[in-house]
Design a protein. Structure first.
Length: 287
């Protein structure tokens, strides 16, 4: 449903303006990031990136963060008047506003959304319309905090596989989630790709051959075995549930990148990226 009610005219143009025919597409994706209350929004002419970070002072290393990237063509309208627009926002409040008409809709109905942000110090304005009823929400923005740059570029990737999400969903259902860690082995030789847990019922391993029907790409240069706290990985299962494919990458230090490809009801594609550092408490002897 196109947005029929135009926002009030303003003497100052919006630094960022965007519209969506169905706000629930956006709210379902943002829920995949909702493991912290605040998010940083970064907009350029190419699209909008929303990042959530959970940083703890453990050897000055961030534990994990996740970001949602929406290309400009996902929106029916998308305009950025500056080179880049950055602001911090309460993600919980944003989700409440996006679902003000409810989380589900009657067949044939949807909630149209228009977002406007005039720039530094101004609130984010949301105009939501469903069934001819328009609701206006004003959400205060905050000074953006500097996000840690993982510098996880493609040239530093040691191992990478692309797996159908169905395979990873089945793995999380079968492995023992009473384990504190998930051990990931990626290797050019057997077992190729192995997920292991160490829970109350003992050790459990799940192997994927490189020629598995679920494996879409396999690029492993060396054997790596790293452990990651399951408590840090669990928030990423929200994105996993929505996705059709997942790219799993590691660099030389064992930092893990999970990139989920999500296709909405209209066939448009966006990505949720999730980064997690290896468990510092695991010694080489334990591996």
């Amino acid at each position: 449903m196109p947005f029929s009610a135009a926002p009030p005219a303003s003497a100052e143009p919006s630094a960022l303006s965007a519209s969506l025919d169905n706000a629930r597409h956006l709210s379902s994706l943002l829920r995949a990031l909702h493991f912290q209350d605040h998010a940083t929004c970064f907009a350029t002419a190419s699209g909008l990136r929303v990042t959530v970070e959970d940083a703890k002072c453990v050897q000055a290393k961030i534990l994990h963060f996740s970001s949602l990237y929406l290309q400009a063509d996902i929106f029916q309208e998308f305009a950025v008047q500056e080179e880049s627009v950055v602001f911090r926002i309460n993600l919980s409040v944003l989700l409440d506003c996006l679902t003000i008409f409810g989380t589900s809709s009657l067949p044939g109905t949807s909630t149209a959304l228009r977002m406007c942000y005039r720039g530094y110090g101004y609130p984010l304005m949301l105009f939501l319309e469903e069934g001819g009823v328009v609701t206006v929400c004003k959400i205060n923005t905050q000074e953006p905090e500097e996000l840690l740059d993982f510098d996880f570029c493609s040239t530093k990737v040691v191992n990478k596989i692309i797996l159908q999400s169905e395979g990873l969903r089945e793995a999380f259902a079968e492995l023992d989630m009473t384990s504190e860690v998930l051990q990931i082995t990626m290797s050019p030789d057997k077992p190729y790709f192995r997920l292991s847990t160490f829970g109350n019922a003992g050790s459990a391993h799940l192997d994927y051959p490189r020629d598995s029907d679920l494996m879409e790409a396999f690029h492993c240069n060396q054997t790596q075995t790293n452990r990651y706290k399951i408590s840090l990985l669990k928030p990423s299962t929200k994105a996993l549930a929505l996705s059709c494919k997942v790219s799993i990458r590691t660099d030389a230090q064992g930092f893990l990148s999970l990139q989920y490809m999500i296709r909405n009801e209209d066939g448009q594609i966006c990505f949720v990226e999730y980064y997690c550092c290896p468990d510092e408490d695991i010694t080489e002897a334990e591996l």
